[in-house]
Design a protein around this ligand. Structure first.
Ligand SMILES: Cc1ncc(COP(=O)(O)O)c(C=O)c1O
Length: 389
């Protein structure tokens, strides 16, 4: 398979038309009407007027000042509007930054399993890449000794994803500090994909944003996950390194240079209502987690998970008599979609493929999950005798 094939292509083919998604990665999206109601309730009429009256014009490359100022409010004092770059989605930000920073003479370290762009943006930027395998027995936590061992004289980029997709795990602050100290010693940039930040199940476990604590740290965030606003297609980088910011703008010049103004305004409406939206979404996640706890306890013989502590996804091991990929095909014909591990691992890395063959990712951020889980339970009840035989 070519290194540029989307790993989710096969999953999409199998699950096309399956009405029950147990695999989406976002929190519950609002409707535009709900977003307008929240904006009106706050008395933010100027923003609504701006939405209705704005010109269908180009915006500045890297995003308009008002949105960048709103975003900067989510970070500490190191980060102002000047340290924010807005993109047409988080994925574009990942690609742009890797292309801005890396050349074929450089080396990057990534972790697997993970979102394809998180792992492969440095590959597409032509860098050499070392992929370190995360393990369930370590609670999907990065092992600092493995990172130390992977660093070479030409290593420039360390790409982490905390809270993690697909595992829903979150590193301890002490590990984050160790990684920063290691990166500092070797002058590495850390790309910290924080798209699930703000969805910690216990908000006290939230890590500092990488951009706040490290001069070469880059925090990636998107409207898609905690706020469930994937259709707005806005993501951003927060970074202290203004030279790298300019290099990213130079790359963006040839890409999706400026975000849509309508998307910027929808983002501002959403972010200004952030507390209300996040507490609604965390309540949905909390309710779904309780149902998942019951399900995984009841069917512990077939399914094991490292219980997620953040975000809206988890990586589950299937102990039945077939691979997770085969289970996904059977579930799709029963109308339920899950994401097998092949969506999160490089198909050319045959060791990783076989290490994770029993795993699949679930997503539980949406309000429909109780129905999906009921259908899954029916499916398991119908098949468990055969699976045990
Ligand atoms: C870990 C991770 N990073 C980045 C992205 C990209 O987000 P966006 O939807 O803003 O392109 C995703 C989307 O699924 C993701 O899961």
């Amino acid at each position: 398979m070519s290194s540029k094939t989307p790993w989710s292509k096969q999953h999409k083919k199998i699950t096309r038309g399956a009405p029950l998604s147990f695999s989406n990665s976002f929190a519950q999206p609002l409707t535009m009407r709900e977003l307008v109601e929240l904006t009106e309730a706050r008395g933010d009429h100027a923003l609504l007027d701006e939405f209705h009256l704005h010109a269908l014009d180009y915006t500045p490359t890297g995003g308009s000042l008002d949105l960048r100022t709103t975003i900067a409010g989510f970070y500490g004092e190191q980060i102002s509007a000047d340290n924010i770059l807005v993109f047409a989605g988080g994925q574009v930000a990942l690609q742009t930054c890797a292309c801005a920073l890396l050349t074929r003479a450089d080396h990057a370290i990534v972790f697997t399993p993970g979102y394809q762009s998180v792992q492969q943006a440095p590959v597409f930027a032509d860098a050499e890449v070392t992929s370190i395998r995360l393990k369930a027995e370590h609670g999907w936590q990065i092992q600092i000794a493995e990172v130390k061992a992977a660093i070479r004289s030409n290593t420039r980029y360390l790409v982490i994803n905390e809270p993690s997709n697909p595992a829903g795990s979150l590193m301890r602050p002490a590990l984050q500090q160790q990684l920063v100290a290691l990166a500092e010693r070797h002058s590495l940039h850390i790309m910290s994909d924080e798209v699930y930040r703000h969805l910690e199940h216990d908000p006290r476990t939230r890590l500092p944003a990488m951009a706040d604590i490290y001069a070469r740290g880059i925090s990636l965030c998107t409207m898609s996950k905690p706020w469930g606003a994937c259709g707005v297609t806005i993501g951003w980088l927060a970074l202290q390194d203004l030279k790298l910011k300019q290099q990213c703008i130079d790359v963006l010049y040839f890409g999706s240079a400026c975000p849509a103004r309508a998307s910027e305004l929808q983002s501002m409406m959403t972010l200004r209502a952030s507390d209300a939206i996040l507490s609604k979404n965390l309540a949905i996640i909390d309710r779904n987690m309780q149902l998942l706890d019951v399900f995984f306890e009841r069917y512990a013989h077939f399914f094991q998970w490292v219980r997620p502590t953040a975000g809206a996804v988890a990586f589950v091991k299937f102990s039945g008599p077939m691979s997770a990929a085969e289970l996904a095909i059977q579930l799709a014909s029963a109308g339920i979609s899950i994401k097998p591990a092949y969506v999160f691992t490089d198909p050319n890395d045959t060791n990783a493929v076989s290490a994770y063959r029993d795993y699949f990712r679930i997503g539980f951020g949406e309000a429909c999950i109780p129905n999906v889980l009921a259908a899954l339970q029916d499916f398991v009840e119908q098949h468990q005798q055969k699976w045990r035989a």
